[in-house]
Design a protein around this ligand. Structure first.
Ligand SMILES: *Cc1c(COP(=O)(O)O)cnc(C)c1O
Length: 409
C-alpha cells in the first residue's frame, strides 16, 4: 500500500497543532503507513478482531420490522455484538497494536460518554499497556457505570475540570499530556477526526464494517437502496460507508442528533443544522460555533452523538452531496429503541437508534424489493439508566431508592 493518508478532504482536515506535537504526528503517520504495509501487522490485527473482538459481526435480516413497516427490507449490521458493546473496539485494537509496534508502553485517551474509554481500557488490559483516560467531571457524574468498568480493567480515569468539563476539554487535556509524553506514550483518539493522520487512520480501522457488509451484499445479491448510520464524530459512519463512497449507489445517509429542538444547546446537528467552518482540536471542519467562534454547547439523549464537530471526510462528502444528512429527535430515537426491542429482540444503543429511526421512515417509502442496511453501532445495555428513567421512571426510581437504603444498613 502506498500513501493511504490524506492531509485534506476538500477544504476540511489538515493538521493544526502546536509545534511541539508535530514530531509526534509525523512519527505516527510514518509508522502507520509502515504497519499497514506489513503482512504481520495486518494478520495480528485480523486475529485480534476475530478472537478478541468477535468479528465478523452478523448482518441480520429484520423480517418482523420489515413486515410492520411495510416497505423495503431492513437489514441490521450488529456491531453491538462486539466485545465492549460497540464499534469503538475496531479502532482501539488497530491503534493499540500500532502503539506496541512503535514501542510505546503507555496509552492515553479522551472519553465523553465513556464508550471509547471502556474499549481502550479493555484492549490495554489485554495487551499489557498502561492506560490513562481523560474524562470531564460532568461526564464522570453522568456516566458512572463506564467509569466503574474502566477502573475494573485497571485504567486510571483522570477527571478534567476545565471549560465545560466535558468531552472537548478532555481532548485538550489529552493533547497536553501527549505534548510532554509522546516518547513513550500513544494518544489513542476515538473518532475519525483530529489532526492528520487520525481521520484517515481511524477510518481505515473502522472500514472493516463496510468491507464485511459489501461481502454480504454480493453473496446475498441484495439490491441496496441505502446505508444508514448515526454520526457523532463520524467513525462508525465513515467505516461503514467507505467501500461505497466512490460509487453512485447505494444512498449513504447520516443521522445526526436533533436533540430537543433547533435552539442553541438543544441539538448536535452540524450538517443538517448550522455548522460553521472552524478549526478545533487540530482540524478544520464544520462545528457548532457562536459569533465569536467559540464552541457552542450541544445536547443529545445519546452521549455519543453529543459532539460539536464532525470528521473532515464526512463534512466533505456532505458538502459534495455524496452523503445525505438528516436530524433525528431524542423522542424518535427512544421510539426506535422500543420498536426494535419489541419486534427484533435487539436493544439498540441510543446513538444507532437515531439511524434506526431514520431507517423506519425510509423503509415505508420504498418498494419491497429494495433493501436498506442500518449500522447498529452499539448495544443498549450502557443506556439502562437513561432508558429506564425515560420509559419507566417510577419503578426505576423506587428500585434505586431501595438499593441505596439497603446499602446504608
Ligand atoms: C461513540 C459512539 C458513537 C459515535 O461515534 P462515531 O465516531 O460517530 O461513530 C456511535 N455509536 C456508539 C454506540 C458509540 O459508542
Amino acid at each position: 500500500m502506498d500513501k493511504i493518508y490524506n492531509d485534506f478532504f476538500g477544504d476540511f482536515g489538515g493538521r493544526y497543532v502546536a509545534e511541539v506535537l508535530r514530531p509526534a504526528l509525523d512519527e505516527l503517520q510514518d509508522e502507520w503507513v509502515d504497519a499497514m504495509n506489513s503482512k504481520d501487522f495486518r494478520s495480528e490485527l485480523d486475529l485480534m478482531l476475530t478472537r478478541f473482538a468477535g468479528r465478523p459481526t452478523p448482518l441480520m435480516y429484520a423480517e418482523n420490522a420489515t413486515r410492520v413497516l411495510g416497505g423495503a427490507k431492513v437489514f441490521i449490521k450488529l456491531e453491538g455484538l462486539s466485545n465492549t458493546g460497540a464499534h469503538k473496539i475496531n479502532n482501539v485494537l488497530g491503534q493499540a497494536l500500532l502503539a506496541k509496534r512503535m514501542g510505546k508502553r503507555r496509552i492515553i485517551a479522551e472519553t465523553g460518554a465513556g464508550q471509547h474509554g471502556v474499549a481502550t481500557a479493555s484492549v490495554c488490559a489485554k495487551l499489557g499497556l498502561e492506560c490513562t483516560v481523560y474524562m470531564g467531571e460532568v461526564d464522570i457524574k453522568r456516566q458512572r457505570p463506564n467509569v466503574f468498568w474502566m477502573e475494573l480493567y485497571g485504567a486510571k480515569v483522570v477527571p478534567v475540570s476545565g471549560g465545560q468539563a466535558t468531552l472537548k476539554d478532555a481532548v485538550n487535556e489529552a493533547l497536553r499530556d501527549w505534548a510532554g509524553s509522546f516518547k513513550d506514550t500513544h494518544y489513542l483518539l476515538g473518532s475519525a477526526l483530529g489532526p492528520s493522520p487520525y481521520p484517515d487512520m481511524v477510518r481505515e480501522f473502522q472500514s472493516v464494517i463496510g468491507k464485511e457488509v459489501q461481502r454480504e451484499i454480493e453473496q446475498q445479491k441484495l439490491d441496496v437502496e441505502a446505508l444508514v448510520a448515526c454520526v457523532g464524530g463520524g467513525s462508525n459512519a465513515i467505516g461503514f460507508f467507505h467501500p461505497f463512497i466512490d460509487t453512485e449507489n447505494p444512498r449513504l445517509i447520516g443521522a445526526e442528533a436533533g436533540g430537543k429542538g433547533k435552539g442553541v444547546g438543544e441539538h448536535a446537528s452540524r450538517m443538517s443544522g448550522e455548522g460553521k467552518l472552524g478549526i478545533v482540536h487540530g482540524y478544520k471542519s464544520l462545528f457548532l460555533l457562536d459569533e465569536d467562534g467559540q464552541v457552542q454547547p450541544t445536547h443529545s439523549i445519546s452521549a455519543g452523538l453529543d459532539y460539536p464537530g464532525i470528521g473532515p471526510q464526512l463534512a466533505n462528502l456532505g458538502i459534495k452531496g455524496r452523503v445525505e444528512f438528516t436530524r433525528v429527535m431524542d423522542s424518535e430515537a427512544l421510539e426506535a429503541v422500543q420498536f426494535f426491542a419489541k419486534h427484533e429482540g435487539l436493544v439498540f444503543a441510543l446513538e444507532p437508534a437515531h439511524a434506526g429511526a431514520a431507517a423506519m421512515k425510509l423503509a415505508g417509502e420504498l418498494p419491497q424489493d429494495k433493501s436498506i442496511i442500518v449500522n447498529m453501532s452499539g448495544r443498549g445495555e450502557k443506556d439502562l439508566f437513561i432508558l429506564a428513567r425515560s420509559l419507566d421512571r417510577q419503578k426505576w426510581y423506587s428500585f434505586l431508592r431501595s438499593e441505596v437504603k439497603g446499602n446504608e444498613k
